[in-house]
Design a protein around this ligand. Structure first.
Ligand code: HEC
Ligand code: HEC
Ligand code: HEC
Ligand code: HEC
Length: 342
């Protein structure tokens, strides 16, 4: 009997060990700490050769497309219904069409956005959305260099060869709850993807990446006076947002903060300033571009509360601190507002 039990114990231990080694999320050693802040502050990121390989494979660039001459016949002269790419030559215009097909709808082809009988027709919603996406991409590359630098973005940064990017989100008010006098949970206590499976608010994104809710919650005085009077609810919202940011970038909190004082900018890494600009960019992308597209989408693309699909930090970053590991595709696409290397 004892032998049977110990055999069972051995098998169970072996099984659990194998599970531990093979389950996704477990990283094979050696794991190396890379210092990112001042000595002694514990500001470091953990990396392993295995994780690095996985990330590099996921961020390989698609095939390059030959450059096009900006001179020659104008696209507006050759085509009937050009509203955004009005500054391009026909050659450049065609290059953009080839590129966006490769980046957004490689399987579906031109027909994903076009009535192929008449390319000037605006009948498909995907074309209306794509036209606005062209404007959005140019806006990011021209006006948000405080965040994207000269690296910039293309459609591929978010889409990665699929019409619907992997990381989109909708407004979420939490599950159903009793009405009347019963307590309202305000979306708290529901572990989910957006809050890192904690009991903090189920939707930190609507208040912070769409609306402009207060992020600063840490008291700067010992008594609740002045401006340091954030509620527990606000504080949990900030922490849930910070979890989203960390997960979206594949980093831990000390990539930006010195954890002895979350609020202090002097003790933070410069990346925190880049992130701060990112928060403004995010609200602009969601507020000015993505949410207003609500009227153009078919119903099956909208969220449970009827809002349009929106972007968050993970939509571009996809688990790395610089999207596509900092490789610039935009520099080869002046057509999309990209800045070529000096
Ligand atoms: C992801 C959506 C999308 C895909 C895929 C796409 N297009 Fe377009 N296409 C657009 C948009 C948006 C416009 C309008 C651009 C503007 O207004 O500046 C456009 C306009 C055009 C026009 C101008 C038509 C006219 O007379 O006004 C041509 C030609 C064209 N596309 C060809 C193609 C070809 C060929 C392909 C496949 C290789 C393709 N497109 C794939 C979105 C797309
Ligand atoms: C900041 C990230 C981002 C960038 C950059 C971006 N998109 Fe999008 N795109 C989105 C999001 C989010 C959606 C909404 C997904 C959905 O439709 O459910 C979307 C939707 C679309 C759709 C509709 C897909 C569908 O079937 O509903 C098309 C077409 C599209 N984008 C084309 C483009 C093109 C072309 C570019 C480059 C000029 C581009 N996008 C750049 C984030 C982005
Ligand atoms: C990519 C950078 C980045 C990462 C990673 C990050 N934060 Fe932040 N954090 C910020 C920025 C930017 C702000 C300030 C936003 C503002 O003031 O508008 C902030 C603000 C905060 C605040 C509020 C400070 C105050 O002024 O009251 C707290 C608390 C905080 N972060 C905690 C965390 C925790 C905990 C983590 C890890 C789970 C984390 N952060 C990860 C960038 C980051
Ligand atoms: C439209 C795409 C896009 C979105 C959305 C986006 N970023 Fe970025 N981010 C970039 C690009 C591109 C870079 C690289 C800039 C460079 O090369 O210096 C970058 C760089 C950064 C860096 C600097 C990393 C480093 O190693 O120096 C931080 C921090 C950052 N982003 C945080 C955020 C946060 C936080 C959000 C969400 C609030 C966000 N980003 C949303 C495109 C995006």
């Amino acid at each position: 009997m004892r032998i049977v039990l110990s055999l069972f114990g051995f098998l169970a231990a072996a099984f659990l060990t194998i599970m531990m080694f093979t389950t996704a999320g477990w990283v094979r050693p050696p794991i190396v700490g890379v210092q990112t802040g001042f000595r002694g502050t514990g500001q470091e990121q953990l990396v392993s050769a295995q994780a690095k390989r996985i990330i590099e494979a996921a961020n390989a660039l698609p095939e390059a497309i030959d450059p096009a001459s900006p001179s020659g016949e104008r696209a507006t002269a050759a085509y009937k219904n050009v509203k955004v790419l009005t500054d391009l030559s026909t050659e450049q215009f065609n290059r953009v069409m080839v590129a966006i097909t490769q980046w957004v709808s490689p399987e579906q082809g031109c027909a994903y956005c076009h009535n192929t009988e008449n390319l000037a027709d605006d009948g498909l919603y995907t074309k209306i959305v794509a036209r606005r996406m062209l404007e959005m991409t140019r806006d990011i590359n021209k006006n948000y260099t405080a965040h994207v630098a000269d690296t910039g973005v293309t459609c591929y940064t978010c889409h990665r060869g699929q019409p619907v990017p992997s990381n989109i989100w909708f407004e979420n008010k939490g599950g159903p709850h009793a009405g009347g006098w019963s307590a309202h949970n305000y979306g708290f206590g529901h572990p989910g993807a957006a809050n890192g499976s904690t009991a903090m608010t189920i939707d930190p994104l609507t208040p912070h990446l769409f609306d402009n809710a207060k992020i600063r919650v840490q008291a700067s005085t010992s008594l609740p006076e002045g401006t340091s009077n954030a509620s527990i609810q606000q504080t949990e919202q900030t922490y849930a947002l910070m979890i989203h940011i960390s997960q979206g970038l594949g980093v831990n909190c000390t990539f930006c903060h010195n954890s002895r004082n979350w609020a202090s900018w002097e003790q933070s890494n410069p990346q925190r300033v880049t992130a701060w600009h990112g928060l403004f960019m995010m609200r602009e992308l969601n507020g000015a571009y993505l949410e207003p597209l609500k009227v153009s989408y078919p119903e099956n693309r909208l969220g449970p509360l009827g809002d349009a699909p929106k972007a968050n930090c993970a939509t571009c970053h996809q688990g790395v601190s610089k999207p596509l590991l900092g490789q610039s595709m935009a520099k080869d696409f002046p057509e999309l507002g990209g800045k070529s290397a000096p």
